[in-house]
Design a binder for this molecule. Structure first.
Ligand code: LLP
Length: 431
């Protein structure tokens, strides 16, 4: 099977973390998100250890919590001792309520309001990752009112093409994120920051894109960023001590996606950082990265119940499930590929190619097209794999569909991390 937390039981049912998924579907209802807690912890440890082994002391990965945000994941991340990337006061608030120290949080995003900045400072945010000059002035002014000196990173764009879907590529000059190096604006911004009294520049940040399997885009951006650090130092005397290379390592959604060894990819990036720093004769900075998807995606699956199977002769077979774009909008948004298994008949050959359709009143509400699957009937349980990232966090109540619960599994424990939304939750804010 594509991930090592899946196997088929003697009764033909799909098992996840050693448990019968059909039984779990009966127990908790569907749609249902399941997550493998130990796999999340293992993956965090791989990153953390690689950072300790290959980068200078003090280099720590951050979990990009937009991938999956709820109190329990922040508790896990805090227990494992890595930092947290938040992109809204909502994520920050959830993290703090879960016991994460705001000091260990990095607040990203291209448009933080004055209210966001004030709230984050009041929480004691460790760093803002400042995205524009407007924001830099706002942070400085609010920090002044609050009589503090606020540490920040400056997000710049290294102009790298990571060869990924254009909606998830973010490192080019023409981007809503960051300040371009190529146009000279990033250097000008640094000069400006150095004149301000209530912010302290800790280093630079970049992010090239998501679902990247090769270390090359990271190595290329590391080289550009180190050259930028050198140029800034020559022009201003300021030497950045930290460099954040962003997130983006990929995961396997389908068998044809490559298997990725994160430790060796991180080593390749570290080798490049060391080589270029030496060539430029600058100290090797502390390195940060912000993996989201690669920490949680393959720790999650979603279970659905099949409602109808519609065969249109000489056209297609539509298998409709009791969820869809409301719990997983990724096919609708990016035509993302998924592996789907008929969990009730996981021992049977995938002999049909089907469209897996959601329940929303929207033709584009699909989980995927041309998906090989063992013939399905009403009542069968379908498992969509690799849904631990950007599924629950991107879920919506479109058509007033309640969001599914998240159940966490370990070898000897099973618990609800997020409850199922009720119909009363759906109307809770209506006056
Ligand atoms: N850091 C920054 C600044 C980012 O913008 C992102 C993702 C990450 C880190 C984490 O990237 P990851 O390691 O998860 O690839 N909703 C899309 C992905 C959008 C990602 C946006 N930023 C999806 O479902 O594929």
């Amino acid at each position: 099977m594509i991930h090592d937390n899946l196997n088929v039981a003697a009764n033909g049912h799909l098992c996840f973390v050693g448990r019968d998924t059909v039984a779990l579907a009966q127990k908790y209802g569907t749609p249902l998100y399941l997550m493998d807690e130990e796999k999340i912890r293992d993956r965090i440890r791989v990153y953390k250890k690689a950072f300790e082994d290959f980068f200078p002391e003090g280099s720590v990965p951050e979990y990009a919590s937009k991938a999956f945000s709820c109190k329990q994941i922040y508790r896990i991340v805090a227990e494992e001792g890595i930092n947290v990337d938040v992109v809204s006061v909502g994520e920050l608030y959830t993290a703090v309520k879960a016991g994460v120290s705001a000091k260990n949080c990095f607040y990203h995003g291209n448009n933080k309001t004055d209210a966001d900045i004030s709230f984050a400072i009041e929480q004691g945010i460790g760093h803002f990752v400042a995205d524009s000059l407007d924001e830099i002035y706002a942070i400085d002014a609010i920090a002044k009112q609050k009589e503090i000196i606020q540490p920040i990173f400056l997000r710049v764009t290294p102009d790298i093409d990571p060869h990924t879907h254009k909606k998830i590529a973010t490192g080019s000059v023409d981007s809503k994120f960051g300040i371009a190096i190529k146009t000279g604006q990033a250097l000008a911004a640094v000069k400006e920051i150095l004149t301000l009294n209530n912010i302290k520049l800790s280093g630079f940040h970049c992010h090239v894109g998501s679902q990247v399997f090769d270390s090359k885009p990271f190595c290329n951006s590391a080289e550009i960023m180190l050259e930028f650090i050198k140029e800034v130092n020559e022009q201003t005397g300021y030497m950045a001590k930290s460099l954040n290379l962003g997130g983006g390592f990929g995961v396997r959604y389908v068998e044809s996606d490559p298997v990725i060894d994160y430790r060796s990819k991180i080593k390749e990036v570290a080798d490049k950082v060391n080589e270029v720093s030496k060539k430029l004769q600058i100290p090797v900075p502390k390195i940060m990265m912000e993996p989201g998807r690669s920490l949680v995606a393959d720790s999650g699956i979603t279970l659905y119940t099949v409602g109808s199977v519609k065969e249109i002769p000489n056209y297609k077979t539509y298998v409709s499930v009791d969820g869809g774009m409301t719990d997983n909008p990724r096919y609708t948004l990016y035509e993302s590929k998924y592996t789907v298994i008929n969990a009730t008949n996981a021992d049977k050959e995938a002999d049909v190619k089907a469209v897996i359709a959601g329940r929303c009143c929207e033709s584009g509400d699909l989980i995927g097209e041309d998906i090989p699957i063992a013939k399905a009937r009403r009542g069968d349980i379908l498992a969509v794999l690799t849904t631990g990232a950007y599924n629950y966090s991107m879920a919506s109540n479109y058509n007033r569909v309640p969001r599914p619960p998240v159940v966490m599994l370990t070898k000897d424990n099973e618990y609800i991390a997020v409850k199922r939304e009720s119909l009363d939750d759906i109307i809770a804010l209506d006056e």
